[in-house]
Design a protein around this ligand. Structure first.
Ligand code: GLN
Length: 389
């Protein structure tokens, strides 16, 4: 005899496997459609990044339950670069609280490049926001410790927590960036002069450079993004890295700034989906309640965002959001709707009351009748008794 659970598997398995196959199919289709794009240039202001293989291309997605869907060179590593800013900022929000971070770093918009000296001088906060170099380096400096190794370990360990594995430091990128980071050093000293830097400049910029040099694959980026999609809980390790409210605040801050000067165009195309890019060629996208996306393709556009990453990321997030959060008619007037609902309740309430009243009076009448008949019966009975006497 066939056991009953067989029927259960038989009924539900095609459904489960269909969902999985669909996402894989979507990713594969988008991958095939974008792989022919050859525009963009790998970053060259950090010499080691200029040596990266421009043909690397991978798209990965981890859903909120930790299932991974992936295509392409998803085992090839690139330097995380600016995407690391998101995790140090998250650590700052978790450690010091939203208010303190807004006070010390700020959340101003910037329409200038991520390492612009002019932007720093013109901005009223100078640190601008946590996703440009000024705000990001200042954020790292919030964790400054005299013992540099401890300081560095604290920042790098945080990145590993999100990846759920022991990410390695890309030593050649680290040394290459460290040897050529005069602009970042200049920006940091300028911040110090404005009293907007919170640790030793040399050490803090060095630790910031190390955090940018951690090596990640598209799978790592998808996993790290999935933590935000799941409201702060790591889908694989189960560790709670952030409170839900913190995630909401972090993603709200990321949305207008994660892709630099392209952020507003991204927002008009992708709405609520938050993304962060890095000059290593990675892009991370977090879609709450759905999952995290990681894309790696080193050639960049003029803003420093991966060309294929933006294209594929837009298509994939649009598809996923449309499928799992189908658009509702949000323009139906909610005020009128609420009024109508209340009105519907009112007459029903009245009717109920009227019905109750009717029932009550009916009962009353009935008891009156009952009393009368009872009286009559009693009278008849006494009459009979008298007669017999
Ligand atoms: N480490 C790089 C820098 O500081 C990060 C920039 C980026 O990825 N946009 O310039």
């Amino acid at each position: 005899m066939v056991p009953t659970y067989f029927y259960f598997i038989y009924i539900f398995f095609p459904f489960i496997s269909k969902v999985m196959i669909d996402i894989e199919k979507i990713i594969k289709t988008i991958y095939d459609k974008t792989k022919h794009i050859k525009s963009g240039k790998v970053a060259s202001y950090i010499p080691q990044l200029a040596k990266v293989d421009p043909s690397i291309f991978a798209i990965s997605m981890m859903d909120c339950d930790g299932n991974m869907y992936s295509v392409g060179d998803d085992k090839k590593e690139v330097a995380i670069e600016s995407i690391s800013k998101l995790f140090t900022f998250s650590k700052a929000v978790h450690t010091f609280g939203e208010k303190e971070v807004i006070k010390k770093i700020g959340a101003h918009g910037s329409s200038l490049p991520f390492n612009s000296v002019i932007a720093e001088e013109l901005s009223p906060t100078h640190t601008i926001n946590p996703f440009v170099n000024q705000g990001a380096m200042a954020t790292t400096s919030l964790f400054y410790k005299k013992n540099k190794e401890d300081f560095k370990e604290k920042i790098l360990h945080n990145l590993r927590e999100y990846a759920g594995r022991k990410l390695r430091l890309g030593r050649s990128v680290y040394h290459s960036e460290g040897a050529t980071n005069s602009t970042n050093m200049g920006l940091a000293y300028l911040l110090k002069s404005h009293d907007r830097f919170y640790g030793n400049v040399k050490d803090s910029v060095d630790v910031y450079t190390a955090q940018c040099s951690m090596m990640v694959t598209s799978r790592d980026l998808a996993t790290m993004a999935a933590v935000y999609a799941k409201g702060g809980v790591h889908p694989k390790t189960g560790k709670k890295l952030l409170e839900k409210e913190e995630v909401t605040y972090i993603l709200r801050t990321l949305r207008p700034e994660g892709l630099y000067e392209y952020s507003d165009i991204w927002a008009t195309k992708n709405g609520c989906v938050a993304a962060k890019s890095g000059v290593g060629g990675g892009i991370l996208i977090a879609i709450p309640g759905i999952g995290g996306i990681g894309i790696v393709s080193p050639p960049l556009d003029k803003h420093g965002n991966s060309v294929r990453g933006i294209k594929a990321g837009t298509s994939l997030s649009k598809k996923l959001v449309h499928h799992y959060n189908p658009p509702k008619d949000e323009y139906v007037c909610k005020i009128t709707h609420e009024k109508k609902e209340k009105e519907k309740e009112k007459p029903r309430g009245k009717k109920k009351q009227q019905k109750k009243k009717k029932k009550h009076t009916k009962k009353k009448d009935q008891s009156k009748i009952n009393k009368k008949t009872h009286k009559k019966k009693k009278e008849k009975h006494t009459k009979k008794k008298k007669k017999t006497n």
